[in-house]
Design a protein around this ligand. Structure first.
Ligand code: CA
Length: 429
């Protein structure tokens, strides 16, 4: 269900903040400047109306695609009536954040005390529904409630966009066209088959909707009627939404009763290149390498294989992510998201906060610094792929190679200090 694999940046939730640049004019501009502005404004207006005309053409052209996919013409026409390119959807679709929020700041808000206590309130409000879901689908109520909290703050933030306008805007132009065209067809199908009306169908800017922010295509594959009223209504029925999430996780391979993760401590001299979040070993193999559970207890017997995940590099907490952690990634393919869900579930069960401390003194890299990071590695002869300012898996694995070659802990975690070192290496060539 992922749109973009990132540390923290996610499109499925509704909590995506848009930085709106507001132009403030304090003093009147001179006449010549105003004339230039007017001309500029006219050019922009012409460009905008040409784009609007092309958008209108796209909507007319897509009609045939929809009908070929089994959508009734009247369903298509009423869904597309009056929709326009949505400027805030376009901004969200193309914006590159100046700073990527550090994982500790993300967890501070994603798993705040308020979110924990409201989750406990939800468990107290819906005990029968949640225990039925546990019995029926084998997914723990804490995980389901945690997903509910993460996705919509327990139904409080489900997204207020017109789903068709949001998806048509993404389908028309930009980096998510294929995804959005598929989702737009799924949304039309959902409307047709469920007997919905377009005005009921609100979503996030990326088309995710309801209490657990399903995408329309996930609705088709996994949604169920959790409260038995004969309808699958993820907007109004928490039982339907949470049952559908349980089905999704169950279909993705959730193991009943098995843990998601454990906080671990790594021994001195640990080979950090093993802690790439992908290298899976049995718990006893990790123990042989000196990895211990931070709280001093044994690992659960049914833990299965684990991979070591260092969300903030060697200076921060370490986690062993088990198979169920990877199942949560099927919901949203960002490791920080899976950690937040699993950590929130752990707190709902009465678990203690993360024990190790975060390197809160680390300054996040700016957009320019992230690009420089990749440029430096490329200059130093590493295959970095596309330089895009996104320090994802590829960049981190390359950084591990660099760190290993220079006798540094190979945690693949980009810092300002590491950038300084790369800059110095480039200069001394
Ligand atoms: Ca229902």
């Amino acid at each position: 269900m992922d749109l973009r694999t990132g540390m923290v940046w996610m499109v499925r939730g509704t909590g995506v903040a848009l930085a709106l640049a507001l132009a403030a004019c304090a003093t009147p501009a001179p006449v010549s400047a105003r004339l230039a502005e007017n001309t500029q404004a006219q050019v922009s207006a012409t460009a905008a109306s040409a784009a609007d005309a092309k958008f209108g053409q796209f909507i007319r052209d897509f009609r045939a695609t929809a009908i070929a996919a089994g959508i009734r013409p009247d369903i298509y026409d009423r869904s597309m009536a009056g929709i326009r390119r949505n400027a805030s959807v376009e901004r969200a679709n193309t914006s590159q954040p100046e700073f990527v929020k550090p994982v500790w700041s993300y967890l501070d808000s994603a798993v705040s005390d308020d979110r924990v206590s409201m989750g406990l309130q939800m468990e107290a409000t819906y005990p029968g529904m949640l225990s039925n879901l546990e019995t029926r689908y084998g997914v723990s109520k804490d995980i389901l409630v945690a997903i509910w909290g993460m996705e919509s703050n327990y139904g409080q933030q489900m997204g207020g966009y017109n789903m068709f306008e949001a998806l048509a805007t993404l389908a028309y132009d930009g980096p998510r066209q294929d995804f959005a065209r598929r989702e737009l067809l799924a949304a039309l199908k959902m409307e047709q088959e469920e007997g919905l009306t377009p005005s009921q169908m609100t979503s996030s800017w990326a088309g995710a909707f309801g209490h657990t922010q399903f995408e329309p295509s996930s609705f088709a594959s996994h949604a169920v009627d959790g409260d038995g009223d004969g309808k699958r209504d993820l907007w109004h029925s928490p039982a339907d939404a949470l049952a559908s999430s349980a089905v999704l996780l169950s279909n993705a391979g959730w193991t009943k009763g098995a843990p998601c993760y454990a906080e671990v401590s790594l021994p001195p001299g640990f080979a950090y290149e093993l802690a790439d979040g992908d290298t899976a070993k049995t718990v006893s193999d990790w123990k042989a390498l000196g990895v211990r559970r931070t709280n001093g207890t044994n690992f659960p017997a049914n833990a299965g294989n684990g991979a070591i995940y260092l969300p903030a590099g060697a200076r921060g907490p370490a986690f062993m992510a088990f198979d169920n952690f990877r199942t949560v990634l099927k919901y949203n393919n960002a490791a920080s998201y899976a950690l937040a869900v699993c950590y929130l579930a752990h707190r709902l069960r009465g678990g203690a906060p993360i024990m190790a401390s975060w390197p809160r003194d680390e300054q996040p890299l700016t957009s320019d610094q992230r690009t420089q990071f990749q440029t430096d590695l490329q200059t130093l002869g590493y295959d970095i792929g596309t330089i895009d300012g996104v320090l994802g898996r590829k960049t981190r694995n390359v950084l591990r190679q660099y760190q290993k070659a220079h006798g540094l802990p190979a945690d693949g975690f980009p810092t300002v200090e590491m950038l300084g070192r790369l800059n110095a290496d480039v200069k001394s060539r």
